[in-house]
Ligand binder design. Structure first.
Ligand code: NAD
Ligand code: RBV
Length: 460
């Protein structure tokens, strides 16, 4: 028996487990790696059957992404990424595919894989793989080994820029392929949990190249986390369960950006919303918004549908399962599958079965049934019917990603290793493109207003 097995690890530890394939030597160039790695998705799946559906989905997305459209035009002309290799680990569906395509149109060689085992759309992955300059390794339903093999296949392209959602790519490079870091200009991180991980790495002096916190920009967080997560989580839950929100009691764990969006949209669909929090200010904010605020122990017996949005672990655990009524639905919208303790639920269940596609029922000894969507993975992307955030929202998030990649190419040497805020001018640029596409005009500051706002001498 091996002294060490992946099965011995907790789920969070598993996220940090890498196996370096034997074929990974220390010899460059990239071809040494690529030749012995995972094949691109077109060689793994019946590409000819899938490609056209994926292309149609991308075509539809493109029609609603004016920001990426404008940036594509700019990049096609200026070729800012010529000679660069961009490694990406993101949810590979149509909007993400458009981002990858736009980066390739700017001259980059792009290699991409998924950032979640269940969020890839295989038809889109195949269509993306056929785009000039792009190689996709993303596949839906991969196990842990396959997930990291695909990540390593991306790394085998020796990226000079990384674009991550959740931090697995940056982490894998630092853990297993530090020899690549010298040639990496920098990277961008899409989500709260990824930025959180990067800040922890930086605090431990373990982050060795500059990373932009794309998540933290107004153009991302105020739209994607709030509205995107609210709309797409509710849509996925409704489509998977075929249940109404009206009259339901919905428990939202966490009242951060995502929690606010989920709570607001659920209330807007006539649900009664209960919020759980650990931060007194956010709890108070929820209370003043008119939501009931309870500890999860009390909320457990009240809720019909539970949605976790904390980015933290062990939010719904054994003591909560014990108090839930028959038929409840549990869903997670946080980045990793650590918010609902499925291992304990499974161990308590006398029977488990797929009650509907994407929804597992756990029957307990006393006959109560607890239903979990998408294996506790982020519900807006990981059920079979999930589409992720609306296209318009991702146009904004990915617009910020695209200008951040351009910034790294243009001014990368100005940024030290560590986590960096996205320069405000870049965020404004993306907002201006969107306003212009929507035909919305805004006012300009007059000289007098500008002077007034910068002066401390004006008073009563
Ligand atoms: P946030 O930091 O703004 O909010 C998290 C909230 O959870 C905070 O208010 C925090 O106090 C609270 N919290 C932490 N531990 C808790 C506990 N034990 N019980 C109750 N509340 C607790 O973060 P965010 O931007 O809202 O992101 C939350 C998660 O969602 C992250 O994992 C992020 O990566 C992910 N995310 C998912 C999507 C999606 O598409 N599903 C979109 C954006 C972000
Ligand atoms: N997200 N991506 C999509 N491609 O459809 N939907 C949501 C998509 C991102 C979102 O930006 C969030 O920060 C991250 O997924 C969580 O993994």
């Amino acid at each position: 028996m091996s002294p060490f097995s992946v099965d011995d690890l907790s789920r969070s530890q598993k996220q940090r487990h890498f196996r370096r394939p034997a074929c990974f030597g220390t010899v460059f160039p990239a071809l040494t790696y690529v030749s012995c790695m995972t094949a691109s998705i077109s060689e793994q799946l019946p590409a000819d059957e899938l490609r056209e559906d994926g292309q149609r989905k991308m075509e539809w997305a493109r029609q609603h992404m004016p920001i990426l459209d404008a940036l594509r035009e700019e990049f096609e002309q200026s070729q800012p990424f010529a000679g660069e290799r961009i490694g990406m680990a993101m949810h590979v569906e149509a909007k993400t595919a458009v981002l990858a395509e736009v980066l390739a149109a700017g001259g980059a060689e792009v290699a991409i894989t998924g950032c979640n085992p269940l969020s890839t759309h295989d038809d889109v992955s195949v269509a993306l793989d056929a785009v000039d300059g792009v190689t996709s390794y993303a596949k839906r339903g991969v196990d842990e080994d396959e997930y990291y093999e695909a990540m390593e296949a991306v790394i085998s392209h020796e990226p000079t820029i990384t674009v991550d959602d959740g931090g697995d790519l940056v982490f894998a490079i630092h853990e297993e392929y530090p020899e690549l870091i010298d040639s990496i200009i920098g990277g961008c991180e899409e989500t709260t949990t990824g930025v959180h991980r990067l800040r922890s790495m930086a605090a431990d002096d373990a982050l060795d190249y500059p990373m932009f916190a794309v998540n933290d920009t107004p153009m991302k967080r105020l739209f994607d986390n709030i509205h995107g997560t609210g709309e797409s989580s509710l849509a996925s839950i409704a489509m998977t369960t075929n249940l109404s929100w009206a009259g339901k009691t919905v428990v939202v764990a966490g009242f951060g950006y995502c929690g606010k969006g989920v709570a607001r949209k659920a209330a807007g669909q006539n649900a009664n919303v209960i919020v759980t929090e650990i931060d007194p200010r956010r709890a108070l904010e929820a209370y003043m918004e008119g939501y009931e605020v309870l500890p999860m122990t009390d909320a457990a017996s009240e809720g019909d549908i539970f949605i976790t949005t904390t980015g933290n672990r062990d939010i719904i655990v054994e003591e909560h399962f014990e108090n839930m009524h028959d038929g409840v639905v549990l869903a997670n919208a946080g980045h990793f599958d650590v918010e609902i303790d499925l291992e304990t639920l499974e161990s308590k269940a006398v029977d488990t079965y797929e009650a509907r596609e994407g929804m597992q029922a756990y029957e307990l000894e006393d006959g109560r049934r607890i239903h979990v969507l998408a294996e506790g993975r982020l519900v807006n992307l990981a059920t079979p019917v999930s589409l992720g955030h609306p296209i318009e929202v991702m146009d904004q998030s990915f617009g910020v990603q695209a200008v951040c990649v351009r910034e790294l190419i243009e001014n990368g040497s100005e940024y030290d290793a560590g986590v960096h805020e996205v320069p405000d001018g870049l965020d404004r640029e993306v907002a201006e493109i969107k306003l212009s596409a929507e035909g919305v005009d805004i006012d300009d500051l007059s000289d007098e207003q500008q002077e007034y706002m910068s002066s401390w001498q004006h008073g009563t």
